[in-house]
Structures are given as C-alpha cells and as structure tokens.
Design a protein around this ligand. Structure first.
Ligand code: GPP
Ligand code: MG
Length: 289
C-alpha cells in the first residue's frame, strides 16, 4: 500500500487579494497625524472614532496652543469610545483572556489590560501594526500579558473556547460577518461576551448612500447594513443583550475633527451620512450561547 505523508503547514495569514490590499493600506498608512499626534498625548494609539460632547473652549483662546488643545480633546473622545466598549464586557477576572479582533496600534487592548489586569491578545493583518503595538506594550511593561499577533481574525489559530471576551472596534467592515462570527463563536467560552462597535448602513433607507460609498472608498472597506450584523450573530450563537445607537454621541467628534488641523477630508462624508440617516454608529454586545 502506498504511504502518504502529510505535512501540516499553517495557512497564510493573507488569503485573498482584498486582504492583501487592506494589509498594504495599513502597512503604508503610517504617518497619519490624525492618529499619531492623538496617540502621542498619552501613548494610547487608536484607530477608531470618538464619542461625547467636546469642550467648545478648545477652539478659542491662544492660537499658539489651539492645535494641541484640539488634539487632546479629539483623543479624549476616542478614549471615551474605548471605555464605553470595555464597559460592555462586564466583569472580567484577572485570569481571563480577551481577544481584540483587528487590534490596530493596540490602544483598546492596552486599556483593557489596564482595567481588568487580564491577558489580552490582539490580531491584525498589518505587520507594521503588530510591531507598533508590541512596542507600545513593551513601553508600558505589559508585554508579558498583552500580545499582538500577525494573524487573521477570520482564522486566528487560537484554541477553541479559550476567550472570555472579544471585541471588534470598527473592524468588521473589512470582513465577511459570517466568517468572523464563526471564528469568534468558536473562540469564546460559553457565556463569553462579544462587543462590537461599528458604522453600519441603514436598511430602512435602502441601498448604500453616496456618502457611505465615499467612506468605503476612502478606507478600502465594505460597510455592512445594520441587519447583516444581527443575522450573522444569530447564525453563530451570539445573542445580543445590548444595542446602543451611538450616532448622536459621535457627531460632535466629527464636527470638531472637521474644524481641526488634522482633518483628513473624510469628515464631511461622515457628517452627511449621519445627518441624512443613511448610516449609524452602533454598539452591540452579545453573549455566546
Ligand atoms: C478608523 O481608523 C476606522 C476605520 C478605518 C474603519 C472604518 C470605520 C467605519 C466606522 C466606517 P483610523 O483611526 O485609522 O481612521 P482615521 O485615520 O480617519 O482617523
Ligand atoms: Mg483615527
């Protein structure tokens, strides 16, 4: 009988041309002042937007310090967004493990570790981001407990049922939701919590508006309709416990950003999309059953 030998090779992290294009975007989109100058405020580098009212006094007063005041304020609103996400994870014990699916430069993961003291693993398909975030964890001397990996959130390779919580902080528009929730459902322990913050298009107003299409084009992403989230979660044993419409809470962030020296040109598309009701900023918390 012929003997067959099989070698087990890890599948490549980047599977499709689209994933390669997304990785290339984040690998080369490094000098973005809107993210770097904000992160420089306290060493937490975010790749998500902000929530809450801004202090209008940052726009007035001494012109020499105006830019620094606006940057601090935008950063404060982005950090408040991550706090809101972490609030919805509930009580997490120090011996639990959390997953940051699409971890960017690591800001939310470092905050999660700071709050819960637990182990956090972040995955991203940008090797540049892995290096940046691991350096940030080392600078805070938490690299034993907070680790970033060059892995695909659709197929992380982590052990089944090994996570108590997982989140996606504005990353789901880069992936197929069924593939993602299949993987998160596998990774979460029974009763584990998933928290999603996302921008989604409004099924009620029909197809993708011009403003939403502009956002997709700007970031090379595919914004999903609101209904797609609930269908995909239901199909993969993720049962929503909380749904919060954060649209009104994020508009001030975009208004301030539009007036700021770090505006990138995409601000008007967000303000139009939110203003016309074709787009919502949503938080969904769900339990793995
Ligand atoms: C912000 O990243 C988030 C995304 C690019 C994902 C798209 C999110 C939507 C809600 C549609 P960033 O902080 O790198 O963006 P920017 O450089 O514009 O601040
Ligand atoms: Mg940003």
């Amino acid at each position: 009988m012929a003997r067959t030998t099989s070698t087990t090779q890890a599948p490549p992290v980047l599977r499709t041309d689209y994933q390669k294009a997304v990785a290339a975007y984040w690998d080369t989109h490094q000098q973005d002042p809107v993210n770097l100058l904000l992160g420089d405020v306290d060493g937490l580098y975010h790749h998500h937007y902000g929530v809450g009212e801004f202090d209008p006094s940052v726009l007035d007063g001494d012109v020499r310090t105006r830019e620094a005041r606006i940057i601090r304020e935008l950063h404060r609103l982005e950090t408040a967004q991550a706090e809101l996400l972490l609030d919805r994870l509930g009580d997490i014990a120090p011996d639990a493990r959390l997953l940051d699916a699409g971890s960017g430069r690591g800001g939310t993961s470092l905050m999660a570790h700071g709050r819960f003291g637990c182990r956090v693993d972040g995955v991203t398909i940008s090797e540049y981001q892995v290096g940046f975030a691991n350096a940030a964890a080392a600078a805070r001397e938490v690299d034993e407990r907070v680790r970033f990996h060059f892995r695909n959130m659709l197929d992380t390779g982590f052990e089944t049922g090994s996570f108590r919580g997982a989140w996606t902080n504005e990353t789901t528009m880069y992936v197929d939701l069924h593939e993602l929730y299949g993987e998160l459902s596998r990774l979460l322990d029974r009763g584990g919590r998933y928290v999603c913050v996302t921008g989604c298009s409004n099924d009620v107003t029909g197809g993708r508006s011009k403003a939403v299409s502009r956002i997709d084009e700007h970031y090379t992403c595919n914004i999903h309709p609101r209904s797609a989230y609930f269908k995909a979660m239901a199909a993969h044993g993720l049962v929503p416990i909380d749904v919060v419409d954060l649209t009104a809470a994020t508009v001030p962030y975009w208004q301030l950003r539009a007036k700021s020296p770090v505006a990138t040109g995409i601000e008007e598309a967000f303000l139009t999309a939110y203003g016309e009701g074709s787009f919502h900023y949503l938080l969904i918390a769900a339990d793995r059953v």
